[in-house]
Design a protein around this ligand. Structure first.
Ligand SMILES: NC(=O)c1ccc[n+]([C@@H]2O[C@H](COP(=O)([O-])OP(=O)(O)OC[C@H]3O[C@@H](n4cnc5c(N)ncnc54)[C@H](O)[C@@H]3O)[C@@H](O)[C@H]2O)c1
Length: 450
């Protein structure tokens, strides 16, 4: 099939590359000329495990192309995926200007049937607006060309995006005409050879399904974060509670980790957008409002723990930060808890030395040059001479550090573990003052701190 993917970001690039991998002819279009130039020169604008290889393989095979020529993009694919950003506007609602601009471009240039696929995360009713925008452009041209609009929200996770796209749990298709359903089934057939994963529904339900999934996951995280705060006060260990409740199949083990707040390009904006949609329809989603408020608070907790230990004036302190991306295996720092922590530490006068395996270039762009913020190329270089270490992202490389080496390098042996990735017993036995999230209780096999 000939497919155009509009928007060559995390979702667009991964979708385009994986669709090409299945033998389709794919053209990725982006308005960002620098991004397209980089891709055409064999560079990668984002970090996503395995993506570089899939792109290279399909470019070499002549199945995957990149352009910033919008009209070429419209003419190329029978299927037109819209995978542009939907950032929050000032009210928290999803800003649809990029989606609608992409729709208008299609209406302005199409000359034959197009299947327009909303892959971006968009509020209920957006497909109607996309359809209206295309129809308006066709009417302005005085032409009548058939087209379909479907909703096909994406559920990939950054850090495992290629795997998720190649082996989806489910493929949601919101469609209202047979031609569209038929085309979407054919398009996704190679991704579901083992068993049927296509869930076909009406468009509005498909649009809502995406928000419901992210809102549910964010709710679990905020719930566990609040339980962690309570566990500290009550002398319990949230990690043990997590294991205790995760064993119940009705609850399940995923997404029960307490930490220093969720971030990224999806949960924060999607929770806000869903709450906003509800509000606009005259309903308050109180659970969701609480989920967001709890997360905003949680992002402050790590800095509060630093202040509790060192006092409010940190001007004589150097704090090392491990992890800048909002989660491991990505360089994405959108809404990352590290941004809040580093902002708080700098505001209190601290010097910060940060390390991240892949997000340092992004951090330099996000923070700009700041006198008291430096970067170190290795985890150990970051803690040299530091008064404390704060762990913000659970990269695998941080999980089993050499505590003795660390202690020798640091000025004071203090660790704030925002992701509970270290073994408290080992850290304390090595002489660290170790501060986890929600783990007040000592387990039976953990000896008291020395
Ligand atoms: N990132 C994720 O993990 C993820 C997962 C599932 C769904 N989503 C959703 O997918 C959508 C895209 O997210 P993303 O993270 O890939 O965004 P992104 O910001 O990484 O990429 C969006 C790209 O679209 C381009 N663009 C904007 N307007 C355009 C236009 N008119 N024509 C062509 N290109 C245009 C931008 O230049 C940018 O490169 C969002 O709605 C997001 O909520 C994201």
């Amino acid at each position: 099939m000939k497919i155009t993917v509009v928007g060559a970001g995390y979702v667009g690039l991964v979708s385009g590359a994986c669709l090409a991998e299945m033998g389709n002819d794919v053209l990725c279009v982006d308005v960002d000329a620098g991004r397209i130039a980089m891709l055409n020169e064999g560079g990668m604008p984002i970090y996503e495990p395995g993506l570089k290889e899939v792109i290279a393989r399909n470019v070499d095979a002549g199945r995957l192309h990149f352009t910033n020529d919008i009209e070429r993009g419209v003419h190329f694919g029978t299927v037109q995926f819209i995978a542009v950003g939907t950032p929050p506007d000032e009210d928290g609602a999803a800003d649809l200007q990029y989606v609608l601009a992409a729709a208008r471009n299609i209406g302005r240039a199409m000359t034959d049937y197009k299947l327009v696929v909303d892959k971006s995360t968009v509020p209920v009713g957006t497909a109607d607006r996309v359809r209206a925008a295309i129809a308006e452009e066709l009417a302005a041209r005085g032409v009548d060309i058939p087209f379909s609009v479907v909703s096909n929200p994406e559920f990939l996770k950054e850090g495992a995006a290629v795997e998720d796209f190649m082996r989806p749990d489910r493929i949601i298709v919101g469609a209202e005409d047979d031609r569209a359903v038929h085309l979407m089934s054919a398009l996704y057939a190679p991704f579901q050879r083992n068993h049927d994963k296509l869930v076909v529904m009406d468009i509005r339900s498909a649009e809502l399904t995406k928000y419901a999934a992210n809102a549910m996951l964010a709710t679990r995280i905020s719930f566990m974060n609040e339980l962690a705060l309570l566990a500290e006060r009550l002398g319990a260990d949230v990690e043990l509670v997590r294991k205790g409740i995760g064993a119940d199949p009705r609850i399940g083990r995923h997404f029960l980790y307490a930490g220093c707040g969720y971030g990224g390009s999806c949960f924060p904006k999607d929770v806000k957008a869903l709450a906003r949609s509800a509000h606009e329809s005259g309903l308050r989603l109180q659970v969701l409002e609480a989920v967001e408020a709890a997360n905003e608070r949680q992002k402050q907790v790590l800095a509060e723990k630093v202040v509790q230990h060192f006092g409010p004036d940190l001007s004589s302190r150097t704090i090392a930060v491990w992890g800048l991306s909002f989660k491991p295996d990505t360089d994405d720092m959108r809404e990352a808890p590290s941004r809040v922590l580093i902002g708080d530490l700098l505001a209190r006068g601290a010097r910060v030395v940060a390390h991240d395996p892949v997000a340092q270039h992004e951090a330099r762009r996000v923070f700009g040059p700041l006198e008291r913020l430096a970067y170190a190329d290795t985890p150990l270089a970051a803690i040299e001479g530091a008064d404390a270490l704060a762990i913000v992202t659970e990269w695998k490389a941080f999980r089993a550090p050499d505590f003795d080496r660390m202690k020798a390098l640091m000025r004071e042996a203090v660790i704030f573990d925002g992701r509970n990735i270290l073994d408290p017993a080992l850290a304390r036995e090595a002489g660290f003052h170790y501060v986890p999230m929600g783990r007040a209780a000592r387990t039976a096999h953990e000896s008291p701190a020395r």
